[in-house]
Ligand binder design. Structure first.
Ligand code: FES
Length: 72
């Protein structure tokens, strides 16, 4: 689904930018993909995706920490 119509950015591209390039702020998304840089109507939806991606990344890193601790 398109999130930023001005720049043709999809939800998948935003999630990928968070997971693979470590974007964790709206400024990062704006820099990487141009999200929110024009009219700004996409900013609330992009922030929500960013928040979801951050919590997913946090839980993955927690799991890695727990697994690393279990093998030590
Ligand atoms: S819809 Fe994203 S800047 Fe306009």
């Amino acid at each position: 689904m398109y999130i930023c119509l001005c720049n043709g950015v999809t939800e998948r591209e935003i999630r990928s930018c968070c997971a693979e390039e470590g974007a964790c702020t709206m400024r990062d998304l704006e820099h990487c993909l141009g999200v929110g840089a024009n009219c700004g109507k996409c900013r609330p939806a992009a922030k929500e995706i960013l928040k979801e991606s951050r919590s997913l990344n946090d839980s993955r890193s927690e799991s890695r920490t727990i697994l690393a601790g279990a093998s030590a």
